[in-house]
Design a protein around this ligand. Structure first.
Ligand code: HEC
Ligand code: HEC
Length: 268
């Protein structure tokens, strides 16, 4: 019997050699692209397709199913030193008027009596960045996303100027002259966690890192857990996600109690 278009297929030797060729090709492919790469020490199992791409030398950010470096919620706010400037008197005045919509939760003087964050004395660039992130849907909170949606850039700058101008009801910065939780003082070098004080003021402040002293404990713990799970991913370059990723519940509790206990007296 002769298969149409394939002369010689009826010849058993030809048939066998074709089949063997296929078997050897597939076998070599599996060994070279799947088996060998998979026994490499640094091989992280990401599935068959990923190991084939990897063995073939496809750059890892092309590989399918690989997670993008930044979560889709990554912030698009570029921090600018100008955001940290003190506001003019007009800006502060306008901000005070706009802030009447915020007192219900953030307190009449920006000191919250609930678990909403304090805003009094917060660095202006922090308030600007966070409001822009809510507005752009990069940080989730049904209340804040809805409120921020109606704010213009000018409104946001004025609100930040107002809150930053409030009497520093926030408590004194953390110094080395007191007993500090290890994570706050030295971080955890083995886990690549830098000390909190190296970014959050007191000893040194990284532009864009919020003032934490005196914040409600519940708020601090909630944010740390949200960074840990990746639910909050608006921190640029994953600065906080990298810190929180390996923190235990107990450590979160400890640092939250520490920063919250420094609360001043909330103003009425
Ligand atoms: C109904 C309560 C409520 C009102 C009203 C409200 N907020 Fe908030 N705000 C919250 C809560 C709760 C959070 C924390 C949400 C989260 O987990 O992200 C928050 C977070 C924020 C943050 C982030 C602070 C930080 O340290 O990261 C800013 C800034 C802010 N609010 C500003 C405002 C401004 C400005 C207004 C008025 C225009 C306002 N809020 C009105 C409840 C409120
Ligand atoms: C490498 C610098 C850096 C280190 C170290 C760091 N943080 Fe942060 N942290 C930031 C930045 C920047 C933000 C603001 C992220 C954003 O833009 O949303 C932040 C945000 C936070 C927030 C959210 C506050 C708010 O009002 O939204 C908490 C809580 C926090 N950090 C706690 C900690 C604690 C506790 C430690 C130590 C265990 C720590 N951070 C170490 C840089 C740092």
């Amino acid at each position: 019997m002769k298969v149409h278009g394939m002369p010689g297929w009826s010849n058993p030797w030809f048939r066998k050699s074709v089949i063997w060729l296929i078997v050897l090709t597939v076998g070599a492919f599996l060994v070279g692209f799947v088996l060998l790469p998979s026994v490499h020490g640094d091989f992280s199992a990401k599935g068959l397709w990923a190991s084939i791409c990897r063995a073939a030398g496809v750059p890892s950010d092309w590989s399918f199913g690989a997670k993008p470096r930044e979560a889709p919620t990554a912030t698009d706010v570029v921090l600018d030193r100008a955001m940290g400037k003190e506001g003019s008197r007009q800006a502060i005045g306008r901000g005070a008027t706009l802030a009447l919509n915020c007192t219900m939760c953030h307190g009449a003087q920006g000191m919250s009596t609930s678990d909403a964050p304090n805003l009094a004395g917060q660095y202006p660039e922090v308030i600007i960045k966070q409001l822009m992130d809510y507005r752009g849907g990069k940080r989730s909170s049904p209340i804040m996303v809805a409120l921020a949606a109606n704010l213009s850039d000018a409104d946001i700058a004025d609100l930040a100027a107002y809150y930053a101008s409030l009497p520093k009801a926030r408590t004194a910065p953390t110094t080395y002259d007191e007993a500090l939780p290890a994570l706050v003082r030295v971080g955890a070098p083995l886990r690549n966690i830098a000390p909190c004080v190296s970014c959050h003021g007191g000893i040194d402040q990284k532009f864009g890192a919020p003032w934490l002293e005196g914040m409600p404990k519940g708020y601090l713990a909630l944010q740390l857990k949200a960074f840990r799970s990746g639910e909050r991913g608006n921190d640029s370059e994953a600065q906080m996600r990298n810190v929180a990723r390996t923190m235990t519940d107990q450590e979160i509790e400890e640092v939250s109690v520490f920063y919250a206990r420094k609360a001043g007296t909330p103003s009425e």
